[in-house]
Design a protein around this ligand. Sequence first.
Ligand SMILES: *[C@@H]1O[C@H](CO)[C@@H](O)[C@H](O)[C@H]1NC(C)=O
Ligand SMILES: *[C@@H]1O[C@H](CO)[C@@H](O)[C@H](O)[C@H]1NC(C)=O
Ligand SMILES: *[C@@H]1O[C@H](CO)[C@@H](O)[C@H](O)[C@H]1NC(C)=O
Length: 222
Amino acid sequence: MYSLLILAASFLLPAALAAPVAEVSGEPQMIQIDKRQGGYTWSFWQEGSGSHNCQNGQGGSYTANWSGGGGFVCGKGWSPGGNRAVKYSGTYKPTGPGYLSLYGWTKNPLVEYYIVESYDILAPGEPWTKKGNFTIDGEGAYDVYTSQRVNKPSIVGTATFTQYWSVRQEKRVGGTISTGKHFDAWNKLGMRLGQQDYMILATEGFANGTKTASGSSALSLS
Ligand SMILES: *[C@@H]1O[C@H](CO)[C@@H](O)[C@H](O)[C@H]1NC(C)=O
Ligand SMILES: *[C@@H]1O[C@H](CO)[C@@H](O)[C@H](O)[C@H]1NC(C)=O
Ligand SMILES: *[C@@H]1O[C@H](CO)[C@@H](O)[C@H](O)[C@H]1NC(C)=O
């Protein structure tokens, strides 16, 4: 609980202390974290002016709908994250930039990671570096990328950090994501993780220039 309170507090720091995020207006804010419902951690972060509705549901379920400017990430999972076979099902109907992903953070080093299952627009103008690919038997083939974020909101306030990406070659909604197999594949590509923080099955949408996001999702962990 102690560390989760710190986590919640640190999400509020950028708004108070740091330079504003360039792409959007409005202050980043963590709406809720650690609403442990059915044993899951619930997280909802947003910034900017858009309409971002995320609703924590029963057990491992949640729903979201969104439109307009700014951005958001919400979802359900675990704190801390780690090696786990994440089974999920549901619907995801996006337009514009954003992802359905298994999403998490580590500290020391500070890494924001994504295992992307589906999306509409993947990387709007953001320079990604391709690191390789790998296949998990029975789960799918993924391409691996890294990217750098400079002075952006993070779990330790505004920071510069690396993002790791596994992007499923064939989009899907529903299945099993063996997180440890992604962590191993990244490690082999020289992509080190730190100490696990939280990890969620996330819905994310954001605006980038003239590209705005809208859509809805209804997802459930099992
Ligand atoms: C969007 O989500 C909110 C909160 O769950 C809900 O009240 C609203 O009806 C939803 N809107 C649409 C268009 O689905
Ligand atoms: C948005 O697009 C600009 C270039 O058009 C790019 O520099 C920036 O990194 C993009 N942001 C995201 C989050 O994709
Ligand atoms: C992985 O990358 C290699 C080298 O670029 C390529 O030959 C191979 O077809 C790729 N495999 C998959 C599953 O994408």
